[in-house]
Write a protein of this length. Structure first.
Length: 314
């Protein structure tokens, strides 16, 4: 059985998106309650979140963008001027804590204290670009985790697997020309943000290091897993990642209000097992996942619990 770490902090609930917003603090409450109900919370090792500092954030984001976030939060803006990201008075602090909590998970796994880890953080991150927050995201947690592994731990090759229903345009953009990060996404074609065509493969030295698997609405779990396996298994064998990162969104669940996939809890078990198999083959099982989307509370909680159960079983 693996040793799984968990980043959960009540402070993540302080990011106030207002009444009726799908990316609400209730998401984390639902996950934590379900992990507690199934006896999974007690089996995981807690990882202490800490705020990411400017030097760390600037590995993916520009200094100008960090200033924009700080200024607009301080002025009491309701939304970032760069995109459709709702903010409140604590949003910058919470976003820094989410990013830093993800980095702490990477540190723990790469130091060998844990086999794998799940950062249950908000706000999510994979839509955030170098100079633009969008799609509920301020800082790109998973991209920052990849850069942290490289800058602090000397990794040369990092794999990011993104199974969120929505395409991770921000992650793709950050690593578009970079052959040191292999980014693979399976997502609902035509949904927000509209990117992620199969023809989008990177450019320059990064050509071929972006793998997009767009699927039609009403795809089920087998279709999602099959697409990911077909695209990623041979690519991962060539790439030989030293760390596997997962953008773990649960908005592909059949009851999610923002998507049209038909995944069940068991499909997240299978997706997790696939990611763990790649990590086991190439990097001693070292895997860190970070929460992205998932807006139907029951499906989010069930999918996340299935994910944690599979991590513990590794």
């Amino acid at each position: 059985m693996g040793v799984t770490g968990l980043v959960i902090d009540p402070a993540f609930r302080l990011h106030d998106t207002g009444p009726g917003h799908p990316e609400s603090p209730r998401r984390l409450e639902a996950i934590e309650a379900e992990l507690q109900r199934r006896g999974l919370l007690q089996r995981c090792r807690p990882i202490q979140a800490r705020p990411a500092v400017d030097r760390e954030l600037q590995r993916c984001h520009s200094a100008r963008y960090l200033q924009t976030v700080r200024r607009e939060v301080a002025y009491g803006a309701a939304q970032l001027s760069t995109g459709d990201t709702t903010i409140g008075e604590h949003s910058e602090d919470v976003a820094r804590l989410a990013a830093g909590g993800t980095l702490a998970a990477v540190d723990a796994v790469l130091a060998g204290r844990l086999d794998n880890a799940f950062a249950v953080v908000r706000p999510p991150g994979h839509h955030a670009e170098a100079e633009r927050g969008m799609g509920f995201c301020l800082f790109n947690n998973v991209a920052l985790a990849a850069r942290h592994g490289q800058a602090v731990h000397g990794l040369e090759r990092v794999l990011i697997i993104d199974w969120d229903l929505h395409h991770g345009n921000g992650t793709q953009a950050i690593f578009w020309s970079d052959p040191s990060v292999l980014y693979a996404s399976v997502h609902e074609w035509g949904n927000y943000p509209g990117s992620g065509a199969a023809e989008e493969r990177g450019e320059g030295a990064g050509l071929g290091f972006t793998l997009n698997c767009p699927l039609p609405s009403f795809s089920d779990g087998q279709a999602v897993l099959s697409a990911l396996e077909a695209a990623l298994a041979p690519a991962a064998a060539r790439f030989r990642p030293q760390l596997v990162l997962v953008s773990a969104g649960f908005d592909g669940h059949r009851n999610d209000p923002l998507g049209h996939f038909l995944l069940e809890d068991a499909d997240y078990t299978a997706l997790t097992a696939f990611c763990l198999a790649i990590a086991g083959e190439h990097c001693q099982g070292r895997l860190v996942s970070v929460l992205e989307g998932g807006y139907g509370l029951k499906g989010l909680a069930g999918g996340a619990a299935a994910h944690v159960e599979a991590l513990l079983a590794a």
